[in-house]
Design a protein around this ligand. Sequence first.
Ligand code: MGD
Ligand code: MGD
Ligand code: SF4
Ligand code: MO
Length: 738
Amino acid sequence: MTTVSASPGAGLSAMKVVHAVCSHDCPDSCGVLVTVDELTGRAVKVQGDPSHPVTRGFLCGKVAKYLDRVYSPDRLLHPMRRRKGVAKGPLPQGREADAFEQISWDQALDEVAERLKKITAEFGPESVLPYSYAGTIGQLGYGSMDRRFFHRLGASQLARTICAEAGGTALKRVYGVKLGTVPQDFVHAGLVIAWGANIHGNNVHLWPFIEEARRKGARLVVIDPYRTRTAALADEHLAINPGTDAALALGLMHVILSMGLEDREYVDACTMGFEELRAHALRPEYSPENVATATGIDAGTIVRLARAYAAAGRSATQNTGHGSNVGGPAAIRLNYGIQRSENGGTAARAVCMLPLLTGAWKYKGGGLLLSTSGSFPFNEKALQMPELMMASPLGRAARVVNMSQLGQALTTLGDHESDGPRVKALFVYNSNPGAVAPNQNAVLNGLRREDLFTVVHEQFFTDTTDYADILLPAPTFLEVKDVQGAYGHLFAQVNNRAIAPLGEARSNVAMFGELGRRVGFEEACFDDREDEMIDQALETEHPWLTGITRERLEREGHIPLQMPVDAKGEVLPFSTAEWFRTPSGRGQLVPVPVFAAPTESRAHASKGAYPLEFLPRKADNYMNSTFANIPLHQRMEARTAGVLEMHATDAAARKIVTGDEVEVFNGRGSITLRALVNAQVSAGVVAARLDWNKLGSDLSGNGANVNALTSETLTDIGGGATFYSTLVEVRKGHDGIR
Ligand SMILES: Nc1nc2c(c(=O)[nH]1)N[C@H]1C(S)=C(S)[C@@H](COP(=O)(O)OP(=O)(O)OC[C@H]3O[C@@H](n4cnc5c(=O)[nH]c(N)nc54)[C@H](O)[C@@H]3O)O[C@H]1N2
Ligand SMILES: Nc1nc2c(c(=O)[nH]1)N[C@H]1C(S)=C(S)[C@@H](COP(=O)(O)OP(=O)(O)OC[C@H]3O[C@@H](n4cnc5c(=O)[nH]c(N)nc54)[C@H](O)[C@@H]3O)O[C@H]1N2
Ligand code: SF4
Ligand SMILES: [Mo]
């Protein structure tokens, strides 16, 4: 905390500037400077930290006006209990409080403790299910005291798969660690491929580095079935058929290997399984012509891209510093878009292999970036204490429930004896499953159960709080202290508390620690608070965190990780064999990735029951479902509010024109939107974006969002959600009325 200016004039207020970190689920983990009026204790300004090498002084459109969210009149500020006789179910926005009565924290915690004790005694501790994701990615807020609490209780464990498990596991299978190209080094690239990555919308701090490279002649190619902001700004947009990325990656390998464009020296030094992969990729099914049929990208383009990709970095003009980037190395910004698909793990694995074949890792600015989260070896074991499960009444590791199948967990789990008990208590924090979880009708049917005791710890009334028995108020990142890594850069940061929690909000750490005491846990670890836990997180032998202490973080705000450097002092991940953390110590090219069309796709032999592929997308100006209730953000997203984007061919075939009400449906559900016929999607693909159910974008009045259509099918690797493998049909009007 630094006091930068104390205004001298009489009666004027003193301002201090506090270093915070944006804790939203975003790769950029921006350094944020919060200006606080010391007399009123109010934050008056947020800005990007100009000294942070990736934030570089700016915040995205979502967080630039963050005080609108922090001081929103709609904040949930007090514990509440559902009023007797009020059924669980959707409540109109702005009127939610009518269904609840305000209670004190003491009453709330006692009631939650009593109910949990009763439920665990009657049904066994595994009948309690925590449900959380990345409302905050601060290390403490994301997973620390909460885990201790549920471990000690013996509650079911939650497999947190909804976002990144397929791709993350794929990356680890190929490289052994979640690490990639240093984001600042994208300025040196000659070819950038944004593969299932909406950089301009979801990872905007990478954008200036790419723009700088492009000013020096670099090319940007986007591979995405949707014409995103990123695609519209690119040199080339390849509108791939959803779920066919493994075919494209194998097609590129086919061209590279048949022309002998691989880097044999690098392949020999750093990979294993090359001959097997080579034989596989050279099979006729991965010829450019066959891959063109699967992906919808023409054969000539595939050959051209493969040659440009393999040539990148090898020509004489590479890395000349101030000169041109033409001929510079190839960097793939792979993001999690491609792995939200039935075979998305295999697709991610195939793409991850490309730089291993061309040796792109050898060059500054080359390689691949999916996630850097593996670079932050925080001591999670100390924070989460899994050994407490042994001290629980269960006395063993509890069963694991997959969060991407919450619908089943709440409706059918327990039908079979081998399932273990039914879920009788659900504790939601850091997440809004009523809006974001797939197969929404099953989820909401589960949440509606009157025999399910539901606690929600939240900042706002959401689509999930409508089903809560007890509501607990949560703080924003301005109101808590935490330590944070990033999945898109290599700086550890401290989030200092800028302002006191609003109302009676309590942090995840404080809330779960206190609840542990109420339930009767006697372990000293339930008394730990933020500072002690930050110290625990940093207490590790791992060399990359050497010298990074809480005191230093408090002083400096952000500190670069101590990554290994080469002779020139450069951090070049996977440039040499030492970097790999696979069992073989090499980049794994085996088992060979095999392309298979998702069962829910047009390309599948069965053709599926519905003809159109649906992209239930994220909004550029929201963070999943976060911000959807803030008027400023709604205005920024007005163009896509309640809209189904479709291609003229599909619209004409259904006699649909822009502005028509259209019902989008499949066997799982239906949502009624307004058609927008445009060129954002190709024929055969339709798109709509995530929103809160209760905001009324479903014109039928049923209060659904896009997840009414998505399934609980899991990815091939990692048990992830498959939002982008969804088939639908579209018809004019709804319920066949028009
Ligand atoms: N503005 C904003 N930023 C965000 C978020 C947000 O909601 N809004 N969410 C945050 C979160 S939780 C995450 S995980 C990251 C995710 O960041 P991204 O991984 O970039 O996430 P998505 O937007 O799901 O997917 C990226 C792109 O993949 C495309 N895509 C869909 N299916 C396929 C396919 O089969 N093949 C290919 N090649 N592309 C496909 C989509 O059209 C989309 O444009 O972003 C974070 N940042
Ligand atoms: N159709 C479709 N569905 C999707 C996706 C998609 O692209 N399309 N994306 C998926 C992905 S990648 C992800 S990551 C998930 C994200 O799903 P979620 O993790 O549920 O993300 P959010 O919608 O941002 O909701 C987070 C909630 O946490 C709350 N919160 C924030 N900070 C705190 C805190 O400190 N304590 C507590 N208790 N609460 C807090 C916020 O107020 C917010 O309501 O959604 C998935 N769902
Ligand atoms: S959401 Fe992402 S880009 Fe925006 S301020 Fe937070 S970390 Fe930065
Ligand atoms: Mo995510």
